[in-house]
Design a protein around this ligand. Structure first.
Ligand SMILES: Nc1nc2c(ncn2[C@@H]2O[C@H](COP(=O)(O)OP(=O)(O)OP(=O)(O)O)[C@@H](O)[C@H]2O)c(=O)[nH]1
Ligand SMILES: [Mg+2]
Length: 385
């Protein structure tokens, strides 16, 4: 054995002796250098048990991307009185927060009386989008002279006796007729094709991470809703009969792929009262301005039912959208969490609720309430969520 080999053996012997001495005298050293501990470093780690908090899916980070370059020709429309100011402020805050701060679509406020300076000031401060305030022409709002006021009053009195909501109100009837046949004729709206109707005191519960207007445009949609329900029959006793008469007069306007099957169980004989709740609407004003709806509204208006009964803009718009467009042009916006007291649509299916960072309770969504027409819609359109 040469000298260097002898040195190596001596050094190794010293190291091994030291290791043994330290292993017995120093507990930590022994644990750290034990074979089992060294081997464990090369073993796959066991999966850590989940804490209860991990069971919940966190919402994605805020989406702050600005989308102002590629927008549709669209505006929000809000009909309101000066006294609706606080509710209007709340609605605008919601829609700005959940959607429009990234899109900056303009707003048009309409009123049959001039908006107060305070109204304009408090609304304008909420958004960097353009806001316009318009006065409704008298002939678009008030009860026309050719309405027999005696007959209209008798009907109102009867509805009050029968406890029908807004049964005694003329201004409510003016509002329903205006929303049915006139808002899209207002001069401030002439430059726009698409609108999104918003009311004071509604809520938008989820981030809207897409542009609903562009979705409508790209997919050839005409009318969009979030809530569908039954109408109070006592407010529209003769409406369906007039719809029938109109269809006979103008079969050319009835679309071959219409949605009559959603509104009637017997081929149109009886109206099942299902309609879209029009306090939320995204729609194409060119449809309301077109020949079918123009003829339809004029025909209905002539019957006087906006005043002799209490026809709402919801059934009037819904019936027209269902009959004069293809069913594929109707859009249910599941992703848009929306509340108008007392009902809320909360997104269902997939990860929509998480992705929208929704503040609504999915268990309390109106969709499958007994008073909702959503399950009929699902069946009619063959949808599964
Ligand atoms: N300028 C104006 N706006 C009105 C008038 N009546 C109602 N509106 C607006 O028209 C829309 C519908 O009226 P609402 O009173 O909310 O009617 P509704 O949604 O059927 O009933 P609610 O359950 O009370 O909300 C809202 O945007 C109101 O602000 C009115 O006399 N003048
Ligand atoms: Mg309302």
């Amino acid at each position: 054995m040469n000298t260097s080999a002898r040195y190596i053996i001596v050094v190794l012997a010293v190291i091994i002796s030291l290791h043994y001495i330290l292993s017995f005298t120093q507990e930590d050293y022994g644990r750290a250098t034990s074979l089992s501990n060294i081997a464990s470093k090369f073993k796959p780690k066991p999966v850590e048990e989940k804490s209860p908090v991990d069971e919940y899916v966190n919402a994605p980070a805020f989406n702050d991307t600005l989308h102002v370059d590629n927008r549709a020709n669209a505006s929000f429309v809000i009909l309101a009185r000066n006294s609706d100011l606080d509710g209007a402020v709340r609605s605008i805050r919601d829609i700005e927060d959940r959607f429009n701060r990234r899109y900056r679509y303009p707003y048009v406020f309409l009123n049959e009386e001039p908006f107060s300076d305070n109204f304009k000031k408090r609304i304008s401060v909420l958004t960097s989008a353009k806001v316009e305030f318009g006065l409704i022409p008298k002939e678009h709002w008030f009860q026309p002279d050719w309405i027999d006021e005696e007959k209209a009053k008798a009907s109102r009195d009867k509805m009050v006796k029968d406890n029908i909501i807004y049964g005694g109100s003329v201004s409510y009837r003016n509002m329903c007729r205006f929303n049915s046949g006139f808002f899209f004729k207002h001069e401030l709206l002439q430059k726009y094709r698409w609108y999104w109707r918003i009311e004071p005191d509604v809520h938008f519960h989820c981030d809207i991470n897409f542009d609903p207007f562009l979705h409508m445009e790209k997919n050839n949609k005409v009318y969009a809703f979030t809530i569908t329900m039954y109408e109070y029959e006592a407010t529209i006793p003769t409406l369906w009969g007039h719809v029938h008469d109109f269809m006979k007069l103008h079969p050319e306007y009835v679309h071959p792929n219409n949605a009559m099957g959603f509104m009637s169980e017997n081929g149109g004989e009886k109206f099942n009262l299902c309609h879209f709740w029009s306090n939320f609407e995204i729609a194409d004003m060119d449809f309301w301005r077109g020949p079918a709806y123009t003829a339809f509204f004029e025909y209905l208006d002539k019957q006087g039912g906006f005043y002799y009964e209490r026809w709402g803009d919801a059934p009037v718009h819904s019936i027209a959208a269902a009959l004069f467009t293809s069913r594929d042009q109707l859009q249910f916006f599941n992703e848009i969490g929306y509340e108008h007291n007392p009902y809320t649509h909360c997104p269902k299916g997939g990860n929509r609720w998480e992705e929208g960072r929704c503040s609504c309770d999915p268990a309390r969504s109106f969709d499958y309430d007994g008073y909702s027409c959503m399950s009929k819609w699902d069946r009619f359109m063959d949808l599964r969520w």
